[in-house]
Design a protein around this ligand. Structure first.
Ligand SMILES: Nc1ncnc2c1ncn2[C@@H]1O[C@H](COP(=O)(O)OP(=O)(O)O)[C@@H](O)[C@H]1O
Ligand SMILES: [Mg+2]
Length: 433
């Protein structure tokens, strides 16, 4: 035996007075690695506990019905998501986990994880769907914005911050975080641009994709705790196993649909009287588009094949039209109109929107191209003055908002308790124009 210094066989640190080693027959282990290993092992047991703890998993149809209470339209995406989320948690419950207790299921069939990629314009409900699903299943949920990871792709530690957030939401319980859902927004922005596919090196977007891969494909990730929680071992990081975390990515992927559409409707080459007249409104359905979307389209868009491969479930969302936006305004449990009506009701005032006002709001939102996201801003702007004046008045019974108000061509009509309809009074009160 030579007198070579002892090294930890796990992390390689050299033994010293401050770093004692525990010797095994073949190697050594340092104290820090013992701590980490202990954390990993103790989380194995908790997974089984959690599987027993949770209530029954809602069936896909039940999940969709619950989604319907919060999210307007997007039936296809809801169905796809319900099935994917159901399968994900059914798999976890039955198998426990790779390392947890064994279920009765046939262990020879290993069911792979199916992360989900949502494709649809901004403000159509992607984030809302993901967060509502997490609520339905009762697991921790965290959102990450892929664009903020751009720089960190080089440094390599920002991606772990996604797990810091998830761990926070899980009250520091590692085993809970390990069953959570992470939504990664704007993944289309980390595509490398097609022009840069050859020649110039564009590593930033691709670098982030690579960094995310490690997280998404399931591995033990060292997550800094930065004093957020005191853990008995005194260590400032914990190990989080991402193999059971459901990752949902989303993006607008502008131009992707045109690409697919083109393949669905090859340009008509027939000329002359007998040429078929193709109806421009005769667009392929969302389902047809989805079935036609191939990994190649995403690759051409600038996602790397490994990344695409990790998101085998595609869920398309459609832009919200006027009718859908009016539904968004009025129907969900926490619809904006309901929220403002409640705010006014605290002052004992009825708030009313005429149908044409709702249409006008929806059209304004469409013009802004931000989907349902723009609705709140429009509502705030429309109601601001009234919300400023109203608390100072005592005899107002009703406020009526019509289309002129939305267009900025009129004032909100105020009905007082003695029955006098008055648009001018409020105008005077607020300074008028
Ligand atoms: N389909 C929808 N049904 C109900 N509300 C919606 C819908 N789409 C968007 N919203 C509303 O618009 C806001 C932004 O939606 P979000 O889910 O963040 O859009 P995305 O992630 O697709 O950009 C949400 O707060 C939600 O209130
Ligand atoms: Mg979003």
């Amino acid at each position: 035996m030579t007198k070579e210094p002892k090294h930890c066989s796990f992390c390689g640190i050299e033994a010293s007075a401050s770093v004692p080693m525990i010797a095994g027959t073949e190697g050594y282990i340092c104290e820090a690695c013992v701590m980490l290993a202990s954390q990993v092992v103790s989380s194995w047991g908790k997974k089984k506990e959690l599987a027993d703890m949770q209530g029954p998993l809602p069936k896909p149809a039940e999940m969709k019905a619950m989604l319907d209470q919060y999210v307007i339209g997007q039936d296809l995406a809801k169905e796809i998501l319900s099935v994917a989320v159901y399968n994900h948690y059914k798999r976890l419950k039955h198998v426990g986990s790779k390392t947890g207790g064994l279920g009765e299921a046939d262990q020879s069939v290993e069911i792979g994880k199916s992360n989900i990629l949502m494709i649809g314009p901004s403000g159509t409900g992607k984030t809302l769907l993901a967060s509502t699903l997490a609520k339905i299943v009762g697991v921790p949920f965290a959102v990450a914005d892929a664009t903020t990871l751009t720089q960190a792709g080089y440094v390599g530690d920002d991606v772990e911050n996604i797990l810091v957030r998830l761990l926070d939401v899980a009250d520091g319980q590692i085993s809970r975080a390990e069953w959570g859902i992470v939504y990664i927004d704007e993944v289309d922005k980390i595509a490398r641009s097609p022009e840069q596919a050859f020649g110039t090196r564009d590593v930033s977007g691709e670098g982030v994709q690579q960094a995310l891969l490690r997280l998404v494909e399931g591995s033990q990730v060292k997550v800094p705790t930065k004093g957020r929680r005191k853990d008995h071992s005194g260590s400032d990081s914990v190990m989080v196993d991402t193999s059971n975390i459901l990752f949902i990515a989303g993006g607008a992927f502008p131009g992707l649909e045109k690409h697919v559409e083109k393949r669905l409707q090859p340009p008509k080459t027939a000329i002359g009287f007998h040429a078929e007249v193709s109806n421009p409104d005769d667009k392929p359905s969302l389902e047809q588009m989805l079935n036609a979307t191939q990994p190649d389209d995403l690759k051409r868009f600038g996602l790397i094949p490994e990344f695409i491969g990790r998101f085998p479930v595609l869920a398309p969302l459609e832009p919200l039209d006027v009718d859908a936006l009016i539904q968004v305004l009025t129907e969900p449990k926490n619809a904006l109109v309901k929220q403002y009506q409640q705010l006014f009701a605290f002052d004992e005032v009825d708030l009313e929107f005429t149908q044409d006002a709702l249409v006008e709001i929806a059209e304004k939102a469409i013009a802004r191209n931000t989907g349902a996201r723009g609705l709140r801003g429009i509502m705030e702007q429309v109601l601001r003055k009234t919300m400023f004046d109203l608390p100072s008045r005592t005899n107002v019974q009703r406020c009526i908002v019509n289309a002129e108000v939305i267009r900025g061509e009129g004032e909100i009509q105020v009905v007082e308790r003695d029955g006098v309809a008055d648009g001018g009074d409020l105008k005077r009160l607020s300074g008028g124009e």
